[in-house]
Design a protein around this ligand. Structure first.
Ligand code: GYE
Length: 332
């Protein structure tokens, strides 16, 4: 097992890789077993299109011909699986642990164990609670509160002149995850600011299409017949797909003259639906974080100190911003 001996060997043989937009390094000659940087990666699961794209991005960057051995563990959306994967990585004496934490709390012991073993932990996507700040080396992800604020601004502008009630359904992501907490906080602040916005229901969609479809179907069945719905705020794309399915089956129109569907991630399927007019607003959340994580690792390999937080740049899309060619070129 290599313990940080790669620097010189890699520096000598590294070339810029032209493939698949991955900036960085490709070795001219194959690295030996001892030279590989070993990364233990604990992924949340495969609950959404975003997550699948995120895993692919990691796998595309951390390949053997680029100097890495990636031990990839899919926790199937269970924190206890993430904790046992990390313990195994510590036993295996990996060089780095990359963790996409399912929720913010519950990491005390395992992060301390990694710290004691001297293995840097890099958080990706979501965050952990502030109290663990000195137990991880760096974080690469998104500002979820900011994403929620982008959505809230758009909804407020659109409803500015509306005096009557604005009926909102809120579908939350995995409880306690940073993505859920930030996006929820922004909507709750907007509900407080706008006295005429009425929350009809707050549902748990767990970031999946199936759970959202189920929860939304039950919810629509319980609402008074003919209940107006103006906004369905979905905390990711897959929730939006499940919500649209349930709404349409119950006779609602999604899009102009009907319900405004708000979605986060802006993956290709979501943008297609936005271009078709069904999703009103797609807030981008970039899953292609592999190259940014590699930058952190290379900074550490070179003996430097990476930024504690690196955030992806993100924007919003409405139908007017999109075209088929734009969507076809999108990488996720
Ligand atoms: O929005 C959702 C995924 O944490 C940013 O998790 C991530 C979220 C993403 O399941 O689709």
């Amino acid at each position: 097992m290599r313990r940080r001996v790669i620097g010189a060997a890699l520096a000598a043989g590294l070339l810029l890789s032209a493939c698949s937009g991955i900036s960085g390094r490709m070795r001219a000659d194959a690295p030996t077993e001892e030279e590989l940087i070993v990364i233990g990666l604990s992924q949340v699961g495969a609950e959404s299109d975003w997550r699948v794209a995120n895993s692919e991005s990691m796998k595309a960057v951390f390949t053997e011909d680029r100097g890495y051995r990636l031990l990839f563990d899919d926790a199937r959306q269970k924190q206890e699986n993430q904790i046992s994967a990390i313990r195994k990585f510590i036993q295996q004496q990996v060089d780095y642990i990359v963790l996409m934490p399912i929720s913010e709390t519950g990491w005390d012991s395992v992060l301390q164990e990694a710290w004691r073993a001297g293995i840097p932990v890099i958080l990706v996507d979501r965050m952990v609670d502030k109290s663990y700040d000195n137990l991880y080396t760096a974080h690469v992800g998104s500002d979820f509160l900011q994403e929620g604020k982008l959505a809230a601004d758009w909804m407020e502008t659109r409803r500015r002149d509306e005096e009557g009630p604005v009926y909102v359904i809120h579908i939350q992501g995995t409880q306690g995850s940073t993505a859920q907490l930030g996006r929820t906080r922004a909507l709750e602040a907007a509900l407080e600011r706008n006295g005429n916005w009425t929350l009809l229901a707050q549902l748990d969609g767990d970031f999946t299409q199936a759970k959202t479809y189920e929860a939304m179907t039950v919810c629509l069945g319980e609402l008074p017949p003919g209940q107006e719905i103006d906004i369905v705020y979905c905390e990711n794309d897959n929730e939006a797909f499940g919500a649209i399915q349930a709404l349409e089956e119950n006779g609602y129109i999604c899009g102009e003259g009907g319900v405004d569907i708000i979605s986060f991630d802006a993956t290709r399927n979501c943008l297609t639906s936005c271009l078709e007019g069904k999703i009103a607003l797609a807030v981008e959340c970039n899953p292609l974080l592999g190259p940014k994580v590699e930058e952190v690792i290379q900074t550490l390999e070179a003996g430097g100190t990476p930024d504690k937080h690196t955030y992806a740049e993100e924007q919003c899309f409405t139908r007017e911003d999109l075209s088929e060619s734009f969507i076809a070129e999108r990488k996720y």
